[in-house]
Unconditional design. Structure first.
Length: 292
């Protein structure tokens, strides 16, 4: 629940209280009104009242503008090689998503709109999965794991590019489950319990014979981290083997040092859970993912 939502009343409507409802104190009823001389003296000696300062929004606006700018500037790292250079054959292997295992996909944030012949990604993904019908490989979308912040998922309100939302996933693939872990770009600030819940959901998807799509903005860092956490636990792989597998399937992955270290920390956390040595702090759930 957002901070704004938490402040509404029980009815779901923001409660309003007039200033007149606040009783700061009452003057005694028998106190005589001040004389004209007293009133004039009080007025002349009172300091001049200044207008209340309007709350400054410059700082919050600047922070939001910086985040939006960073989002779209770094998004060009996917757009340029994935769209412009790919059209002329320079980066033919630079794809929006890649199959890591027959049921497990790692990719960038899908785009709903069409730009330079690219986009409309859910339709293209659906066609790719349809080609698997009749084969032994999974072809039904079962789970989408997003590692974006809410602002990124909305494209910071910029209508130039329309990104795929959870509702769009569900409309295109009825019955699909969407799960969100809010992780800041280039960072690894997410609790062990949240990652664990995501890996459990991914494994349930695998056991159900369905497809899982894991993404962040570019499919290179945050989503790499979460997918790696699955491979080194439920996937039964070592860190080095999982790293090589993902790199061989999606060569543009480029996790930060903290994201690589976070995978190793998660491995230790899971081992601690199995050995019974995990502490309460390790298993906190305040950042647990939301599923729908």
């Amino acid at each position: 629940m957002s901070a704004a939502a938490a402040e509404v009343g029980a009815s779901g409507v923001a409660e309003h209280v007039d200033a007149d409802d606040f009783v700061l104190g009452e003057a005694p009823g028998d106190a005589p009104p001040p004389s004209a001389e007293e009133a004039a003296a009080a007025t002349s000696s009172a300091p001049a009242a200044s207008a209340p300062a309007a709350p400054s929004t410059v700082g919050s606006w600047a922070a939001g503008a910086f985040k939006a700018g960073w989002f779209f500037v770094t998004l060009s790292a996917t757009f340029v090689p994935g769209v412009l250079l790919r059209q002329i054959g320079i980066t033919s292997n630079f794809k929006h998503w890649n199959e890591i295992r027959p049921w497990l996909y790692l990719g960038a944030l899908p785009v709903k709109s069409v730009h330079l012949g690219r986009g409309n990604h859910l339709e293209k993904l659906a066609k790719q999965l349809d080609k698997k019908r009749g084969e032994e490989e999974p072809h039904v979308m079962g789970l989408v794991v997003s590692c974006l912040t809410p602002e990124e998922g909305r494209g910071f309100g910029v209508g130039m590019i329309e990104f795929v939302t959870a509702d769009a996933w569900k409309e295109k693939f009825p019955g699909v489950q969407t799960l969100s872990l809010s992780i800041v770009d280039m960072r690894a600030d997410v609790e062990n319990a949240a990652i664990y819940d995501a890996t459990v959901a991914m494994h349930a998807c695998y056991q159900a014979g369905k497809v899982c799509y894991v993404h962040c903005k570019a499919g290179k860092g945050r989503s790499w981290m979460v997918l790696m956490c699955y491979l080194v636990t439920f996937g039964g792989m070592t860190f080095d083997a999982a790293t090589s597998l993902v790199k061989s399937c999606r060569y543009q992955v480029d996790p930060s040092k903290s994201q690589r270290e976070r995978v190793r920390q998660f491995m230790a956390y899971v081992e601690g859970c199995h050995s019974g040595t995990t502490t309460t702090a390790d298993s906190g759930t305040k950042s647990a993912p939301t599923a729908s």
